[in-house]
Design a protein around this ligand. Structure first.
Ligand code: FAD
Length: 403
């Protein structure tokens, strides 16, 4: 029977950095993944250029029912530590908006770096391998593994022993990339609480009333400010899609949205519409409403709003009630999403393994000695912009240092 110091389930961002770090301490490490290659989400990320971290990582960029949990790991391995590693491998990168760091060339540079670190130490990655059973022993674990082929046929089974088991299986967003809720089931098997989880950093879909009006606007994008019921606010682009609304501002607010709630969208964040309408009315009352709105909004959006909510007339003909209604619609659109696009397109899973029973320093379970949880499987979710990878690196590093 093969025996390893550490087995890590999941060859994603967190699992790979953990393996390199633990291996560098002289531990024998096996990483298994049921997908056909490691790091599939890394390869897909950032539109193929991996937004690998953010210059402005702060604990308040993360959501968790235990908000202090992430602090120790984020401090122990911060964005500068990861940037130093990227620089050591001479991977060219650039800053996009708001401190987001992307590869100049390809996400593959980041994956190759992680795999290169693993080859330097006593660690191996085995893909197309599934964990079928876990048995806790007096010291360590006995694991039942299955090798599978691409058609998911079992080709061999193996029992392997390890002292420590690290769960780095992420969350169920984008199942076609190998994502599963396996980590949550395993956590529950060992008595861990799992917070309700859902797709997040995800586009909203239309409700039935808005759909017939706005679905034709697919492709239009504009800068907006969106505010969640909690008051959390984001200013960035909104993109109309056939199914609903997307774009960075909408993905960000989806972390703070609960089904049934509305979000408040300011379609003209740099314009106080009521003030401007009144000003135009006094200086140029003959101008048509539509002409004024076209100064602030894409033309197709103006057309649709006019069709649905307003009558086109000269500004001089608008009474103050009508002006308030127009201003309200533009500066305070209360949009009730029909739902989200779900795990099919979500960048992350919000919620997960309760962190109260996990050591924030080592990521070890407080309930089961030798069992660790890292990365997205934990109830820690970052904003859009490189924060989720930074959490994967930081929590993976923390576990790799102590496991
Ligand atoms: P993952 O990277 O999801 O890795 C989990 C691994 O476990 C996978 O390889 C999976 O195959 C494996 N696994 C799952 N179940 C099993 C099982 N039962 N047995 C064996 N193996 C299993 N974040 C950013 O910060 N910046 C970005 O630019 C960015 N872009 C993204 C783009 C997309 C399309 C998506 C989906 C996500 C993006 N994210 C981004 C989020 C980021 O990818 C994740 O938060 C991060 O990968 C989580 O790392 P992880 O190691 O915890 O999990």
């Amino acid at each position: 029977m093969r025996s390893k110091d550490i087995v890590i389930i999941g060859a994603g961002a967190a699992g790979l950095i953990c393996a390199a770090q633990a291996g560098a301490r002289g531990k024998s490490v096996l990483v298994i993944d049921h997908a056909n290659k490691p790091g599939k989400k890394i390869l897909m990320s950032g539109g193929g250029r991996c937004n690998f971290t953010n210059l402005y990582v702060e604990p308040d960029c993360f959501l968790s029912s235990n908000p202090h949990f992430c602090k120790s790991a984020l401090k122990g391995y911060d964005q500068w530590a990861f940037i130093a590693q990227v620089d050591q491998y001479q991977i060219p990168w650039h800053e996009k908006e708001e401190g987001q760091l992307f590869c100049d060339n390809s996400s593959k540079d980041i994956l190759d770096m992680l795999l290169a670190d693993i080859t330097k130490v006593n660690a191996t990655v085995e893909v197309l391998t599934q964990l079928k059973s876990v048995e806790k022993q007096t010291i360590g674990f006995k694991l039942g593994l299955e090798k599978i082929d691409k058609k998911k046929n079992v080709i061999s089974t193996e029992v392997i022993q390890c002292q420590s088991l690290v769960i780095a299986t992420g969350g169920p967003s984008i199942p076609t990339l190998g994502a599963t809720g396996f980590g949550f089931q395993l956590a529950e098997q060992f008595g861990h609480k799992v917070h309700t989880y859902r797709a997040s950093l995800v586009p909203f879909t239309w409700n039935n009333e808005d759909k017939p009006w706005f679905s034709e606007l697919s492709g239009i994008s504009l800068p907006i400010t969106v505010t969640a019921k909690s008051g959390k606010q984001f200013t960035n682009q909104l993109l109309f899609t056939h199914r609903g609304i997307s774009g960075p501002a909408i993905l960000q607010v989806s972390n703070y949205w609960q089904p049934g709630e509305s979000v408040k969208i300011n379609l003209c964040p740099s314009v106080d519409v009521l003030v401007e309408l009144k000003r135009h009315q006094q200086t140029d009352g003959k101008i048509q409403l539509k002409t004024v709105l076209n100064q602030w909004l894409p033309k197709r959006l103006t057309d649709k709003l006019m069709e649905r909510y307003f009558t086109n007339k000269k500004l001089a003909e608008l009474n103050s009630n009508e002006m308030s209604l127009i201003a309200n619609q533009l500066n305070h659109w209360h949009f009730i999403p029909g739902g989200t696009e779900g795990y099919r397109t979500a960048e992350v899973t919000l919620g997960g393994v309760d962190t109260n029973d996990i050591s924030s320093k080592t990521m070890e379970s407080k309930l089961v000695a030798g069992l660790y949880f890292i990365g997205e499987v934990l109830d820690v979710t970052g904003h859009l912009g490189g924060f989720n990878f930074q959490w994967a690196w930081a929590s993976g590093y923390a576990a790799g240092k102590y496991v």
